[in-house]
Design a protein. Sequence first.
Length: 161
Amino acid sequence: MRSETFVGPVSKAVSICLFGLASSFASAAEPAPAPEQALAQSADDSQLKWAPCPPFMPEGCALAVLHGDPTKDNLDVFLKVPAKSTIPLHWHTSAERMILVAGELQVTYEGQPMAVLKPGTYAYGPAKRPHDAVCASSDPCVLFIAFESPLDAVPVEASAK
């Protein structure tokens, strides 16, 4: 009887270990998703695909998608606007995190003082907060923007101000 009481707990422990081992092999057998590739791009990279901005934006304005899909969450883009141009009052459904890459951009969020962005300056724009901007430099302004939600830009009509 003693051997039965001793063997029972040992075989139970062995069974648990074997089940754990089998589970880990089953997990390892599942195909792992393809690893996401790291990425580094500069604003003057010839591989960038620039597309026009929405019609209410200044002529010559362009966007390049760096990472993500404009119709989905978590999108990174470069926005390029011509020198001395004005970006009209608009808002985005998403908050935006920005770093100016080139030029000097004067950005004004409704109800706040103007912020002057120079290369390397970080700025945060709350979701749905109307804002406008001026590329004050003699060279085009290039802004890196990380959107949390799908990309949109909604112009604010002059009469709605």
